[in-house]
Design a protein around this ligand. Sequence first.
Ligand code: NAD
Length: 932
Amino acid sequence: MTPEEIQRARILARALAARRGRLELDVQRAFSLFPPEKPLGEALFRLAEAYPRTLDRANRRALVDEFLHRAVPLLPVDFGTHLVARQFVYAETIGAALASARRNARNRFSFDMLGEGARTAADAQRNFERYEEALRAAAASPRFGVSIKLSSIHPRYDAAGFSHARRDMLERLSALCRAGVDLTIDAEEAERLPLQLEVFSELSRRFPEWDGLGLAVQAYRPGVHDTLAEVFELARRRGARLNVRLVKGAYWDAEIKRAQELGVESYPVFTDKRDTDRAYALAADRLLEHTALVFPQFATHNPVSAACVLALAESRPGGFEFQRLHGMGASLDAALAKAAPAVGVRVYAPVGGRRDLLAYLVRRLLENGASTSFVRQAAQAADLDRLIEEGFEFLQPSSPHRFALPMEIHMPERRIAKGYDLGEPNALADMAKSVERQRRRWKAFPLVQGKPVEGAGRAAYSPALPEVDIGEVCDAAPETARAAIALAHAARRRWADTAVEQRAAALERLAGLLEANLAELMALCVWEAGKTLPDALADVREAVDFCRYYAAQAREKFGNPVFLRSPVGETNALTLHGRGVFACISPWNFPVAIFTGQVAAALVAGNAVVAKPAEQAPLTAYRIAELILEAGIPPDVFHLLPGDGRIGQCIVEDARIAGVVFTGSTDTARAIQAALAKKGGPLVPFIAETGGLNAMIVDSTALPEQVCDAVISSAFRSAGQRCSSLRMLYVQDEAAGAVLGLLHGAIEALRVGDPSDPSTDIGPLIDAAARGALAEYVDSLRAKFPLIAEAKPRPAAGHFVAPVAFEVKSIRDLPGERFGPVLHVARFAIEDLDSVVEDINATGYGLTMGVHTRIDSRAQRIRERSAVGNLYVNRNIIGAMVGVQPFGGEGLSGTGPKAGGPHYLARFATERVYTVNTAAAGGDLRLLTRAA
Ligand code: NAD
């Protein structure tokens, strides 16, 4: 913007904000509508009524209490006012919306059919019909249009599902476009942008002469200008203009959180609000310069942004309009009517039933309740002129380091593993290609003193393609195991005396090597363990995080002695030391993370290691073992011994073993415990992480769509072969209809198949034995319990079992842990909540558990009564992050301490205290100085 334009914008902004006085009036009016003693309570009660009908009376009351305590301080006044008046939804039906919009001669309208993204094919069909109906109605006036969310018309509008969804989506959208009524494609999460653009370009090509097609573009994305350039290019190739709605963006918090979880290199959105405001003004400038190609629509409630648009437009002829949300920005609208009477204002008007209000409301709350939001600030500001001036701060350069990058959120302790957003279609396709390039015939041997021990080999097969041989494995013979233990035993003292810094540095080098070999390790996970690409990525990243986390922990805990409070004349120093030779015995289901995590912890704590990977995943373990040596772990300190339970047994029985860390089934843990009890030699610690019967409890205040997503990922990701996988879902009676309906459709939409195919959701079970046993179990359930849903038939070859859910009575119907994609669901009455928790505890397992409720006190109540290692509220129950959610269970689920937690390393060490009587050697300095 030129200095003159900025000056002009300042004047305009003051004029636009001057009508803020209206807000106070609105508030007073709202308060007068309700009994003075608890006006907002009443209002919020009404809001609660608008929640899903399933909400029972008791929950509604509790919900209102919660809202009073937590939500009210968040509500900006303008927003709260309308909340009170229940005016966020423009109308419940499109008919009513139309009638009301006809009476409003000033505004144009874009009707938004409220609702969550489709989780099922039936949802998508229903939403499509609602759009058709809305478009028919909106045809009544050229002032009316419709906004559409692509996620609402197909359950698989995501990177993995899009290749199959594309045709259906375009057919539906083309049918909607043929109505000839203004149609704008709403903006959603950043990862979906490439899909959104692909759909938009295709429609733009299919309807080249139609000027009603529009796209919402978010200014909070650093790529906003590239998106605009693409839209201009599209418009150049057609005969009519495109509509572009410029918004700032409504998913900010979610985008930041997700980027941090994914560990990607940068955020997909600006982290400084000023950057967004600047990008908005710049984008406005570009749009106004291209009015021959596009019709700009500026969606903002911020008078500074609106003033910038007006100032820019003065020297750039060509039409444009403003947009605002129904229920917001009314005072700005009124001010615009005066300041720029010729410019139209379109109202984004949500239409829908009360059930669909919540998600929309939350988005608006986050967007406008944020402390950086102008609307929020204006509602509280005493000095409006100053606020306006602050609004122009975007003209100053922002400070680049206000926010740690996603990979650096744990700095200075450690960097988190480099991540990739596989929800983004291009990233997913690239990853699939680089993983495919790594495919080869691998080999695995015992690795003793750094050398492979050759012997009779067996062929290894992929669980998805059992007819294709993927490599060759030589298992360790008992004498090889004994030789390895002897070497490790001889090296143990030297390694224990090696400086912790050196041991930690080796782990950090290992982390770097794992990252550098990501594609090959993922390929091994895919072909040897049947993992899908996102699961394979998560497995390798977790291993990287373990290495860096344990390195940091070791420096802290082993680096310096802890001097204990002592009587004068004495010093007492507590130090941690390696114990000797540790046996690390791992399962196949996280062939990278668990194998590496165990070994890394044992090594950095100063132990020599013999590692026995699962017999199903030796190829992966061998590759990691090579990297461990490459990272600088001395070859006599670490040895790999592939083989089955017999070689494991042979290792744990050896008298020279000073500790065992084991992850696997509870039965195997018991066998190892028995062997350790019998063996000679030192008494040793046994760290066991075992199975679970994990439950999730859902009450009627939970959002069914959120529950559905959490259940599907918890129960079926990794084909249900995680120790943390959800086995037992409890749904409160009142919510059961809605939740089961969604689950039914979502399970049917899952794609079972080749895990190397990016469009696959669910891969195979690990081997023929696992598949056979699970198929038999599913048959037994089929005979006894009603089926809720089952995914489409699986591919004929490969050890596949299609995801399936049955309705049982309670967790007591489950015979124990069954490893695979089988979900059990039971209904419960809210009065029986405590006994549900008791039943879950009574299984004896205590690994993970989930709760979905909006009532804090209820989550707390469950927390107090349950005995589980990891309890998750309002999210899925898998994917614990190293150092963030230390992981592990109690009871039948394990001994602890938790992997990836601050107490883990100590268990691998022995503690020694060094006491010196300083009085004997000439007195205590403290005493002498005090006396002086
Ligand atoms: P498993 O118990 O069959 O095997 C685990 C490991 O133990 C393998 O390496 C195996 O060869 C070895 N083993 C078997 N018998 C042995 C013996 N007598 N002595 C010494 N070693 C022996 O388990 P699995 O099928 O590979 O893994 C699935 C199980 O692991 C499930 O129960 C799952 O819940 C559990 N698991 C738990 C966690 C956790 O953190 N709690 C994580 C992953 C898996």
